[in-house]
Design a binder for this molecule. Structure first.
Ligand code: GLN
Length: 495
């Protein structure tokens, strides 16, 4: 195996299958991936931690596990998986892209990490991200901006930009991210890969560093739907360590159900008019409408649908997410763990210096906004109103799903923009989240899939949103589309 043969051809399901069937030289595979990472990681700055030694130690354990475990218990046997740096791992540091937690080690595994290990995966590296997952560009990381592998002058999206860029650049076939307002779907779209935000409560948040607890969800990135479903199946499920984790929901395998549809006949898709008729660039609109046509050709019925409350979704999201962030981030006080300011005389100065030096600009902005909207005299005008708005949105989505099976829209209203372009005006960056935040506010599952390229050869994504707990239906629809429109065989980033 050499650099030219493997990239973009190894899939998670193939690796697991071949390894369990003794048809894959796992050491050879890892020699390839380790050298690929060492050679390429600086090109996009997508990783915050990588250690060959740790990989080799895990490989040793994996080989022992393979001898004793049942094959069915190891659906991800031998698969290298990259984890966003806001999810804790017992062996690697978890920095959340922040100076506040630089070098922090948790000593335990997040439930998702534990589940991946038990399924035979190798926890391969940690991925760069926006600080505490706040951002849409991955420019707000203490460890530097991540670059888009399709064009390194462009952002990869955020906040899980490192997770998306690494998979698009084939530093691993699969990665894990978190999505509070679009942080899996938007970078998936900008980097031309698949990303799934599951239903709220479907994947444990235990060990995910909290940003906005009522919105945060963990989910997978992959270059094909099979790998996405396989990884989702492994990480989903009830966890008593997460109080918002959902019990007793259909646990059938999304991977096994992928082939349940042979076409899309009988599926009714609602094209969200507010997102289609908004300020979409013509080339993007063309790609989107073309994908709608493809879905129709596959047998789906595509109808227009309106969700009027979308107009205020971004405002409601930034009020609620910032309020929750302000509370969650109060724990970083420089006393118990994380960055501690020095040269201080008293406890107040310690808090002040630790927090002002430990947090970056974007995080401070959110803490201030979140504190303001919860302050006396303003609570009902901002936080209270946003909560009411969220309930209204839930009703509108519920109603929509009585009319259609899935909702479709562009994942983003643009493709990847230039690094630095949206730095001056935070509002401009916030407004880019219009298509993604509502799925978090109402808690439904949503997926982004690649549907082509714009005039600058940058990937374009389509979002599929489904009713609560209908991940399998979304994945099946994406799978049908992918079977007819898979560009990964012909087109890959050239860096
Ligand atoms: N872009 C959104 C924000 O900055 C979403 C972030 C996320 O999903 N983690 O809040």
């Amino acid at each position: 195996m050499n650099d030219g043969i493997i990239p973009y051809s190894s899939t998670a399901h193939q690796i697991a299958n071949d390894f369990l069937a003794n048809q894959l030289d796992i050491d050879e595979l890892y020699n390839f991936y380790i050298s690929r990472v060492n050679k390429n990681k600086a090109k996009t700055n997508s990783l915050t931690f990588f250690s060959d030694e740790l990989v080799h130690a895990q490989l040793k354990q994996l080989k022992q596990l393979k001898e004793i475990a049942k094959k069915d218990d190891l659906p991800l046997a031998g698969v290298p998986i990259i984890i966003k740096d806001n999810i804790v791992d017992r062996d690697m540091p978890t920095s959340c892209g922040s100076r506040m937690l630089e070098g922090f080690r948790s000593g335990y595994d997040a439930t998702v990490v534990q589940k991946l290990r038990e399924a035979g995966a190798i926890i391969f590296a940690k991925a760069n991200c926006d600080e505490f997952a706040m951002g849409s560009t991955n420019e707000h990381s203490y460890f530097g901006s991540v670059k888009n592998p399709w064009d390194v002058t462009k952002v990869p999206g955020g906040s899980s930009g490192g997770s998306a860029a690494a998979v698009a650049h084939d530093l691993a076939p699969v990665s894990i991210g978190s999505d509070t307002g679009g942080s899996i779907r938007q970078p998936a779209s900008f980097c031309g890969i698949f990303g799934l935000k599951p239903t709220y409560g479907r994947v444990s948040r235990y060990g995910l560093v909290a940003f906005a607890s009522s919105l945060d969800q963990v989910g997978p990135f992959a270059r094909n739907v099979k790998d996405l479903a396989l990884t989702y199946d492994v990480i989903k499920g009830f966890d008593e360590k997460d109080s918002t984790s959902v019990r007793s929901i259909n646990e059938s395998s999304c991977f096994d159900e992928l082939g349940a549809m042979t076409d899309l006949k009988g599926l009714k898709l609602g094209c969200v008019v507010e997102l289609r008729d908004s300020k979409l660039k013509p080339d993007l609109k063309k790609a989107y409408l073309n994908a709608c046509d493809q879905l129709k050709k596959l047998g789906a019925k595509v109808v227009d649908i309106s969700i009027p409350s979308l107009s205020n979704a971004v405002a409601a999201y930034y009020v609620l997410a910032s309020a929750e962030a302000a509370s969650n981030l109060a724990r970083y006080d420089g006393v118990r763990y994380g960055y501690s300011g020095n040269d201080v005389d008293n406890i107040d100065d310690l808090y002040k210096s630790s927090r002002s030096q430990g947090f970056g600009k974007e995080v401070k902005q959110r803490i201030m906004l979140g504190t303001f909207v919860q302050s006396m005299g303003y609570y009902s005008s901002y936080y209270g109103k946003a909560e009411k708005y969220r309930n209204l949105m839930k009703e509108e989505f519920k109603q929509a799903f009585t009319e259609v099976d899935l909702l479709i829209s562009p994942t983003c209203l643009s493709t990847a923009f230039k690094l630095g372009e949206k730095n001056k005006d935070p509002l401009e960056a916030y407004l880019t989240d219009i298509a993604t935040v509502s799925a978090n506010l109402v808690g439904i599952p949503a997926l982004s899939m690649p549907i082509g390229f714009d005039d600058q050869n940058l990937p374009v994504g389509m979002q599929l949103m489904g009713p609560w707990y209908q991940e399998s239906m979304i994945l099946q629809a994406a799978y049908q589309y992918e079977q007819k429109n898979n560009y990964w065989h012909s087109r890959t980033p050239s860096i």
